[in-house]
Design a protein around this ligand. Structure first.
Ligand SMILES: [Zn+2]
Length: 410
């Protein structure tokens, strides 16, 4: 494990990750929804680590923690998130925060090193209350009205109530200072099996996909399931099911090599065994790092909906409800990660897009940004069995710290 301009303490990195795992433990993972007691305790744990990393900071008015340095020279911002999906894994988020903390501990205390790493834990990356509310707040894209409107999707608790009970109501929100940082670096578990199957240890993220989401409504006629002849039915549920199959038949001819699409939720109205559904709704999403591909698929989707409506049994309405822009990772950041990963002990690397969303895509709107991945065992994530080999965690930490050094000295 030797790449070593700097003494990365692998045992310390693993110990920190295990400490965070013990806060809100669930089986071998964690249950740390945004603003839950274990999430808040994890944020406090990070704040308490800041002095040893030459940083100061506290939890802000939206639940972000951003540690700042008074050291001279360039500043690199690094981090990830500390809340989890419900009953999920221990590394999704904390890995990137602990790597950033380790980089700050190593680099900020080195008098021979001009510049510093500043550490962030972005609130609610997992979207319990909204979409990237923490990192979007930091870049100035969340209004007070947005916070007023935010609710926990699991409990319906408002974000205002959650902030008040956490003692954060009225605290100022950390905001990025234009020009302060040379950029933002985030590490994350891959959450897929590309690295594991390639035998390489570091994924260099080239882009983060954009996600476009749709509410597709089918309107037919509600009627009796026993007395209505098949020939005259206007079954909205059946129309929806046919439409899903049709998408899978027709999208491959138009999509890009890595486009993915998913029908995540289907509801039938009224949804009873003896009633022909008069209405049906599906939530559908498309992900790609090229918006022209997504736009092309949307055109196809709307054309298919118009065809179904024209046939006269059911009408179909397609409404786009989310338009997430893809983010391209900075070329010099990609190069720095690649250079660090080819040093002795760096594990070798592979360039790849991220199919999952990350805070780096939000930071990329205001500064150069880069991301690196470490392997996920079996490609499993958003599940309590999520894991990464200890040796891979340590290799990732070394490559991360080395990348920070390169970015601060380039
Ligand atoms: Zn994550």
């Amino acid at each position: 494990m030797a790449n070593n301009s700097f003494p990365v303490d692998g045992a310390r990195v693993l110990a920190d990750l295990h400490t965070l795992r013990s806060i809100g433990a669930y089986k071998t993972g964690v249950h740390k929804p945004t603003f839950s007691e274990p999430h808040l305790r994890s944020l406090q744990w990070l704040v308490q680590r800041f002095p040893e990393a030459g940083l100061t900071g506290d939890i802000d008015g939206i639940g972000n923690v951003v540690g700042v340095s008074t050291k001279g020279g360039p500043k690199l911002l690094a981090g990830s998130h500390l809340e989890s999906q419900n009953y999920a894994g221990w590394l999704d988020g904390p890995l990137g925060v602990v790597y950033a903390l380790e980089a700050a501990r190593v680099i900020n205390s080195d008098p021979g090193m001009n510049g510093a790493v500043e550490v962030a834990a972005w609130c609610d990356e997992e979207g319990h209350f909204g979409q990237f509310l923490g990192s979007r707040s930091y870049v100035g894209a969340v209004s007070e009205a947005d916070i007023d409107a935010a609710r926990d999707r699991s409990s319906d608790r408002t974000m205002r109530e959650a902030l008040a009970s956490a003692g954060l109501a009225g605290r100022p929100r950390a905001r990025c200072e234009p020009g302060r940082h040379v950029g933002y670096l985030e590490a994350h578990i891959e959450q897929g099996e590309t690295l594991e199957s390639s035998g390489l240890k570091i994924g260099i993220v080239t882009s983060i996909v954009g996600i476009w989401q749709y509410r597709i409504r089918f309107t037919g006629e509600q009627n009796h399931a026993g007395t209505t002849r098949m020939a005259i039915r206007r079954d909205a549920g059946l129309a929806l099911a046919r439409f899903c199959v049709d998408i899978d038949d027709r999208f491959p001819a138009v999509c890009g090599p890595r486009t993915v699409w998913t029908t995540g939720r289907i509801t039938l109205d009224p949804g009873a065994p003896s009633i022909i559904p008069g209405a049906a709704e599906m939530l559908f999403q498309i992900r790609d790092d090229d918006t022209t591909v997504i736009a092309r698929l949307e055109d196809l989707l709307r054309g298919m909906a118009a065809d179904v409506s024209a046939q006269g049994r059911c009408t179909v309405a397609v409404e786009r409800i989310r338009t997430g822009a893809p983010a391209i990772m900075d070329a010099s950041f990609q190069q720095a990660i690649e250079d660090a990963s080819t040093s002795p002990g760096g594990g070798g690397s592979l360039r790849m897009p991220s199919g999952a969303g990350h805070d780096a895509q939000i930071l990329a709107t205001v500064m150069p940004a880069g991301m690196l991945f470490v392997p996920s065992i079996g490609g499993i994530s958003h599940h309590w069995t999520e894991n990464t080999a200890d040796a891979d965690i340590v290799t990732g930490a070394q490559v991360f710290v080395e990348t920070c050094r390169k970015l601060l000295t380039s």
